[in-house]
Design a protein around this ligand. Structure first.
Ligand code: IPM
Ligand code: MG
Length: 362
C-alpha cells in the first residue's frame, strides 16, 4: 500500500508532519512518498499541481493532504493559483464524494459559539458532491453581454449543471452512509429557484425508492443554513451539491467549536481517497508551531478506515485523540480556562504517546 503525502502550504507542512509521525508509530506496512503541491509546487516547478505530483497521487492508494493557498498568490492567473491543485486532484482522481463530519467532542462543548445544549453530542455528516456543479460546469468565462440588464456591458458567467448519473451516485453514497448511522438523509437544494436543483431533488427522490429503510427530507439551502445554527442536532446525514456543500460544511464545522478538529475524506468509486483537514492553510499562523494538528491526524484515521482497510488502527488514533483531549491539552484554537495550551509538536507528541502507551498496556 502506498500513501502520497502532500503537505502543501502554510500550516500544511507542520500539521502533516504530526500525522506522519502518528502513522509511523502504528507500525503498519505501507510506503509513504512526499511531493510538493499548491504554492510550494508553483515556486519549485511553476505549477501548483505538477505532473509528477499528480502521477504519484494517481498511483497511490490514498493521498494525505495538508492545505494549499496564500494571499501572495491571489494575483496569479487562475490556473496557476494553489487552489487549482486541490480542484485538479479531485477531478483527475474522480473523487466525487466528499465526507465532512461535524462532531462535537464532549470536552470541547465550551469552545463552540452556540449554547452547550444545542451542540453537546452533535454528530452530523455532510456529504458534498465534489466534481460537478458550478465549480466545474462549462461554459464559463468573461464576455460582452448580449442581453440581461446591461446589454453591451462586460460580464462574467459560470454554469451550474448536474447530470442524472452524477446526482444518482452521490445520493446512493448518502443513503448507504445513513444506513450505518441514524438512517436519516436531508437533501439540500434550491428547487424553488434553480432548474439544476429541482432536477437534483427529483433524482434524489427517485433513488430513495431503493432505500425505503432510510428517511429522506428535502430542505432549501437558505433554510438549511438557518436550521444548522438553530437546531443542528436534528440533522443526521446532509447531502448536497458542490457549492452549497462548500458553504454549509464550513458552517457545520464551526458549530463544533473549532474547524481545527475536523477531518474530511474525498472518495472515488474505487475507494481511492484524498484525506485532508477541513480547514485551510492559515498563512497568518504558519511556521509558528501553534496550529492544531488534530484534524489532520483524524484525517489519517479516516484514510486508514476508508481506503486502507485498517479500521483497528483508525480506532487507535481516534481513541488516542480523545484521551489527549480528556487529559486537558489544547492548542490555541480550542483552548479554554482550566486547560493546558500546547503547540503543534507537543500535541502530536501527546497523541503518539497515547498510542504507544495503549500498545504497551494492551
Ligand atoms: C474546500 C475549499 C476549496 C473548495 C477551495 C480551496 C478550492 O474551500 O475544500 O472546501 O472550495 O472546495
Ligand atoms: Mg470550503
Amino acid at each position: 500500500m502506498k500513501i502520497a503525502v502532500l503537505p502543501g502550504d502554510g500550516i500544511g507542512t507542520e500539521i502533516v508532519a504530526e500525522a506522519v509521525r502518528v502513522l509511523d508509530v502504528l507500525d503498519l506496512k505501507f510506503e509513504m512518498e512526499t511531493a510538493l503541491v499548491g504554492g510550494a509546487a508553483y515556486e519549485a516547478h511553476g505549477h501548483p499541481l505538477p505532473d509528477s505530483t499528480l502521477k504519484l497521487a494517481k498511483e497511490a492508494d490514498a493521498v494525505l493532504f495538508g492545505a494549499v493557498g496564500d494571499w501572495k498568490y491571489d494575483k496569479l492567473d487562475r490556473p496557476l493559483r494553489p487552489e487549482q491543485a486541490i480542484l485538479g486532484l479531485r477531478t483527475n482522481l474522480g473523487q466525487f464524494a466528499n465526507f465532512r463530519p461535524a462532531i462535537c467532542y464532549e470536552q470541547l462543548v465550551g469552545a463552540s459559539s452556540l449554547k452547550p445544549e444545542l451542540i453537546a453530542g452533535l454528530d452530523i455528516l455532510i456529504i458534498r458532491e465534489l466534481t460537478g456543479d458550478i465549480y466545474f460546469g462549462q461554459p464559463r468565462g468573461k464576455r460582452v453581454a448580449i442581453d440581461g440588464h446591461f446589454p453591451g456591458a462586460e460580464e462574467a458567467f459560470d454554469t451550474m449543471r448536474y447530470s442524472k448519473p452524477e446526482i444518482e451516485r452521490i445520493a446512493r453514497v448518502a443513503f448507504e452512509a445513513a444506513r450505518k448511522r441514524n438512517k436519516r438523509v436531508t437533501s439540500v437544494d434550491k428547487a424553488n429557484v434553480l432548474e439544476t436543483f429541482q432536477f437534483w431533488k427529483d433524482v434524489v427522490t427517485e433513488v430513495h425508492k431503493d432505500y425505503p429503510d432510510v428517511e429522506l427530507d428535502h430542505m432549501y439551502v437558505d433554510n438549511a443554513a438557518m436550521q444548522l445554527v438553530k437546531a443542528p442536532k436534528k440533522f443526521d446525514v446532509v447531502v448536497t451539491g458542490n457549492m452549497f456543500g462548500d458553504i454549509l460544511s464550513d458552517e457545520a464545522a464551526m458549530l463544533t467549536g473549532s474547524i481545527g478538529m475536523l477531518p474530511s475524506a474525498s472518495l472515488n468509486s474505487n475507494k481511492q481517497g484524498l484525506y485532508e483537514p477541513s480547514h485551510g492553510s492559515a498563512p497568518d499562523i504558519a511556521g509558528q508551531g501553534v496550529a492544531n494538528p488534530l484534524a489532520t491526524i483524524l484525517s489519517a484515521a479516516m484514510m486508514l478506515r476508508f481506503s486502507l482497510d485498517q479500521a483497528e488502527a483508525a480506532d487507535r488514533i481516534e481513541s488516542a485523540v480523545k484521551s489527549v483531549l480528556a487529559s486537558g491539552l489544547r492548542t490555541a484554537d480550542i483552548w479554554s480556562e482550566g486547560t493546558t495550551q500546547v503547540g503543534t509538536r507537543e500535541m502530536g507528541d501527546a497523541v503518539v504517546a497515547a498510542i504507544t502507551k495503549k500498545t504497551i498496556t494492551g
